[in-house]
Design a protein around this ligand. Structure first.
Ligand code: SAH
Length: 365
């Protein structure tokens, strides 16, 4: 959306949220980003060898696998961009062939870089079709020489014909295999495969608002559903009686448990599983919760989750979403089942793109 002035982008996003959710209540002014550039702390590049031997790195054009070259991007972390350009420039001399999706031959598929905004720690993930490749160790050494800011290098093995960037297998080639970052005064460990919010500056604003809306008093039982590495639940833990987190991705749950210990949090437990099934089991067991934070992926939540949430009957549901369309669908169901919208707060997590994040506070009528 860079063709629009930033203020106009914000206005459009706010209007989009109003069109989808406005019938449930007043939409608060969107919280924009003060300096909305170079915010993306996670950058992913695809590689392509042209018939003349030149190698491109960048992003896929939407709806295709044509690689659009990107050397630097106004949205992305500068260090991450520079590392990707360096990797590309080293491929020829190290004779590392780029993977070819049509023939299934070659080695390097993607490079993923994650950077801790506060820690400055940098993770480089080399996504390869094979577990080894010529001069692997020398390649890593040379990369570290050129970018001493890199704190860990991971080889991710993805031999499959798939649209997913990361494969299941992973080997740490250098460093500890994770990076750390600080959010709202807590330290978080992040793995290659764990979800972590991509705009750390706005994430603090998002979580701050979510906490304000939840208005915890130190005694509540809080559920953090779709918890990722446990960020929301651990930020809430100081103000809650007890926190229960649930997340499908195994690596993310491991991170959440490590993050719990790392921050000396004693009142939080994290479970691996489908959030809908977990809520159903809690409702069957007759358990209670006072506040449910939910932060599902773009596809939104499930009927099972929402109807079980209704059975658990928390006083408040704080629904955070990066897709107001599925959020509106889910809120319609909660509304039919007795919940009322008390606040709608859009936050601009993704400046210059069409995406918008929205927090909706619901309470039992
Ligand atoms: N609340 C976290 C993560 C939000 S992203 C944060 O703010 O960082 C959504 C998360 O939901 C991802 O970590 C994803 O792995 C997880 N997820 C997706 N489907 C799920 C399901 N059915 N049950 C539980 N977690 C799921």
């Amino acid at each position: 959306m860079m063709h629009l002035p930033y203020a106009e982008q914000l206005r459009r996003k706010e209007n989009q949220v109003r069109a989808l959710l406005g019938r449930y209540g007043k939409v608060s002014p969107i919280l924009g980003m003060e300096n909305p550039y170079h915010y993306r702390n996670k950058v992913q590049a695809a590689f392509k060898r042209l018939p003349d031997g030149r190698i491109l790195s960048g992003v896929y054009q939407s709806g295709s696998h044509r690689v659009v070259p990107v050397d630097d991007c106004l949205l992305e972390d500068r260090t991450a961009d520079a590392i990707i350009v360096t990797v590309r420039s080293m491929l020829k001399s190290f004779k590392i062939p780029v993977f070819d999706e049509d023939t299934g031959r070659g080695v390097l598929r993607h490079v993923l870089v994650k950077r801790g905004f506060h820690s400055g720690e940098v993770m480089v993930v080399l996504v390869c079709a094979t577990p080894t490749f010529p001069s692997r160790n020398n390649f890593v050494k040379a990369l570290l020489d050129k970018h001493p800011e890199i704190t860990t290098v991971i080889l991710n093995i993805n031999p499959y014909q798939t649209n997913l960037v990361l494969g299941p297998g992973e080997r740490v080639l250098y460093g500890k295999g994770t990076i750390e970052d600080t959010l709202c005064g807590k330290v978080f460990r992040i793995s290659a495969k764990s979800f972590y919010q991509i705009n750390p500056v706005q994430t603090e604003i998002l979580y701050g608002k979510a906490m304000e809306l939840a208005d915890l008093h130190g005694t509540e039982t809080v559920i953090d559903a779709y918890c990722g590495i446990g960020t929301i639940g651990l930020v809430a833990s100081d103000r809650a009686g007890k926190v229960i987190g649930v997340e499908l991705n195994k690596d993310a749950v491991h991170d959440a448990i490590a993050n719990c210990k790392r921050n000396g949090v004693k009142n939080a437990r994290f479970y691996c599983g489908d959030a809908g099934e977990f809520m159903r089991d809690m409702a069957h067991a007759g358990e209670k919760a006072d506040v449910v934070f939910m932060d599902p992926p773009r596809a939104g939540s499930s009927r099972e989750f929402l109807l079980s949430a209704v059975k658990l009957a928390p006083k408040k549901i704080v629904y955070i979403s990066c897709n107001p369309e599925t959020q509106a669908r889910d809120i319609a169901l909660l509304h039919q089942n007795g919940y009322r919208v008390q606040a709608i707060q859009p936050v601009d997590m993704f400046p210059h793109t069409a995406h918008v994040e929205t927090i909706v506070l619901l309470s039992r009528a």
